[in-house]
Ligand binder design. Structure first.
Ligand code: NAD
Length: 319
């Protein structure tokens, strides 16, 4: 049977990496629906699939889902700028649209994988475990928690599994556009630091670089999505490396790969809300999807810098 997988937000960082991987599978067609609000067509230059410019809750798209045109939906589309404060807009785009996708997919009985976020945990104590300390500190994190709650209401009546993936801090090829938009730069700290270093600028960290985050490499995120496509049941799973690492660690690893040692400028943190320590507990991810990460920060940064140094900027699988 030919799989026909719909990826919403497929012009974005994670969606384009997913598409680039899935088109290599035998008997698999990929259709991307993206409104191009934050994604980048350049991510798709070497990804041979059908592209539709559409809102993810576009009426015709929902009709196609309900009519059985697809065998699975992988929903990545969202407002991804976590500094957007418009509450109604965030919930409309992130949560309402997802609810409509679930309703449509229930009609055709197809599996739904969707992007949740570590933002659902806010600043609660690490390690972050699904079902514990879900106290988002901004409207973005709340909109994702609301998605998980909508999904849970469908678990019993949806004919196929619904798997939510709470991504932690994802880094890797395909995220350049996140540093090129007007205003807020949302690319990973690894790309931001790499670009400053290459421009000969002094690296800056918020005082004193000891903030801890769970940085997860894009290749692990894609592997988690593939595992979710096979998961036997519904649920929410963390997608992280399982290890918190400091911002100073990032600088050190980057220095190692670039053969440089950096004199960091430690500046005051202007944000009132800032996650100080995230770390994914992976017990649900193993239990539901049988997935575990395989890229350490050291290996991930090495692979990423190798691709960046070769001038590659698209999804990993197109290198
Ligand atoms: N990158 C991370 O570290 C991270 C962490 C946690 C969660 N996430 C989630 O993962 C998903 C993918 O994020 P990303 O990093 O690839 O971001 P991205 O901004 O690169 O990709 C999001 C894509 O969705 C599209 N989009 C936005 N609103 C849309 C709409 N209404 N209809 C159709 N398309 C729309 C954008 O144009 C973009 O191509 C998002 O749901 C995000 O919230 C990402």
């Amino acid at each position: 049977m030919t799989e026909r997988i719909l990826i919403t937000g497929g012009a974005g960082f994670i969606g384009s990496n997913l598409a680039a991987t899935l088109i290599k599978r035998p008997n698999t067609d990929v259709v991307i629906a993206d409104d191009f609000s934050s994604g980048d067509w350049r991510n798709l230059i070497h990804v041979d699939c059908e592209v539709r410019a559409a809102d993810c809750d576009d009426f015709d798209l929902l009709e196609s889902i309900a009519a059985g045109e697809f065998t699975a939906v992988m929903h990545q589309a969202a407002i991804t700028d976590t500094t957007v404060m418009d509450q109604r807009l965030m919930v409309e785009v992130n949560t309402n649209a997802f609810a409509s996708i679930l309703e449509a997919s229930a009609k055709s009985g197809i599996r739904v994988i969707y992007a949740s976020s570590a933002g659902t945990y806010g600043n609660s104590a690490a390690p972050n475990r699904v079902g514990v300390g879900e106290e988002p500190e901004n409207i973005y994190g709340f909109s994702k928690l609301a998605m998980d709650r909508v999904a849970a209401r469908w678990y019993e009546k949806h004919p196929a599994p619904i798997v939510g993936l709470r991504y932690f801090n994802v880094y890797g090829p395909g995220e350049h556009h996140k540093n090129e938009c007007e205003g807020n730069k949302t690319a990973s700290m690894i790309l931001q630091m790499y670009q400053r270093a290459k421009a000969g600028k002094q690296l800056r960290l918020f005082k004193h670089g000891e903030q801890m985050r769970d940085f997860v490499y894009i290749r692990d995120v894609i592997a988690a999505n593939l595992a979710a496509l096979e998961a036997p049941r519904s649920g929410v799973c963390n997608v992280g490396s399982g290890k918190a690492r400091s911002f100073n660690d990032i600088v050190e690893n980057l220095g190692k790969q670039l053969g440089q040692s950096f004199d960091v400028d430690y500046i005051d943190n202007p944000f009132t809300f800032y996650q100080m320590h995230t770390e994914a507990d992976l017990s649900e991810s193993k239990a539901i999807m049988g997935w575990e990460p395989s890229w350490s920060l050291e290996k991930g940064v090495e692979d990423y810098v190798r691709l960046l140094e070769s001038g590659h900027r698209g999804p990993a699988e197109t290198a």
